[in-house]
Ligand binder design. Structure first.
Ligand code: HPA
Length: 276
């Protein structure tokens, strides 16, 4: 397989300039000059795109500057431009680069920076994650109220002192709860992965104030805040975290919980996005 150099791997490159190029690609390929809202779809949330509104265009992510080639041929992500009933343009990002892939934080947050460069002021980040709270059940969606970044990494470069107070907007969580008053919330702990946590790591996360364990959203939220976006974070609890459930974790179980919950949580997410 041939590998062209990736523009974000050049240390001299400006990641914001590359995001601006990506946004220009999206405007050209979709015909939509500006987007208002961006939405990253994690495990289990994929069907939401069909319910949000009218699809204006669907792009293969590899058509857009800086988006990574899929690790497996035929498993490339897509970017979709959707028009809601209220007239908002939503950029749906179905192409996530995880930190555990080892390509560095610039590539991890490129989709978020691109979303900001398309004009989006609201960033909705969704994921599939493990639950620490005993009362939560697999298949349950929860709001992210804050995070603990356990990756040891940051998408910020240099002396960039960004405030993270109210990172997961109280206002947007209230909007979500107006759609579904039963939505619980919790603190998301991002581990590097790709291995799932040990039960001891889950206990550590619990003791330091975590309720949700995952491998994606915290680094993206930091980049979204740097870009000045308002953030809504939601996790689908696909499994009880290691040691909270008695049985071993499996990727198949995570996918299965996502598939089972998909119709319900996708409808919920589409309704919330419609209110943003
Ligand atoms: N831990 C980390 N990431 C996950 C989990 C988990 O238990 N479930 C789904 N993604």
């Amino acid at each position: 397989m041939s590998h062209e150099p990736h523009p974000l791997d050049d240390p001299a490159a400006d990641p914001f300039e590359i995001a601006a190029q990506a946004a220009a690609d999206i405007a050209r390929l979709t015909g939509v000059e500006r987007h208002d809202i961006a939405l990253t779809l994690g495990s289990g949330w994929g069907q939401a795109a069909d319910l949000i509104g009218e699809t204006i265009a669907t792009l293969d992510a590899t058509e857009v500057t800086g988006f990574s080639r899929p690790a497996l041929e035929g498993h490339g992500g897509t970017l979709r431009s959707i028009l809601t009933a209220r007239g908002s343009h939503v950029l749906v990002i179905g192409a996530r680069t995880h930190f555990y892939e080892g390509h560095g934080t610039r590539r991890v947050v490129h989709s978020v920076r691109t979303a900001a460069a398309t004009g989006a002021r609201t960033m909705v980040l969704t994921n599939g994650a493990g639950g620490i709270r005993q009362t939560w059940k697999p298949g349950q969606p929860v709001l992210i109220s804050d995070h603990i970044n356990l990756t040891g990494a940051s998408p910020l470069e240099g002396a960039t002192f960004v405030d993270l107070t109210d990172l997961y907007s109280t206002r947007l969580r209230d909007v979500a709860r107006r759609v579904d008053a039963s939505l619980d919330e919790g603190v998301y702990c991002q581990f590097r992965g790709p291995q799932y946590e040990t039960p001891a790591e889950v206990q550590m996360a619990k003791i330091i104030g975590g309720h949700i364990v995952g491998m994606s959203t915290a680094l993206e939220a930091i980049a979204a805040r740097q870009a000045g976006m308002e953030i809504l974070g939601m996790s689908l609890i696909t499994n009880m975290a290691a040691g909270i459930q008695a049985t071993p974790l499996s990727h198949a179980e995570v996918i299965e919980a996502g598939t089972a919950a998909a119709p319900r949580i996708s409808a919920l997410l589409a309704e919330i996005v419609g209110q943003l």
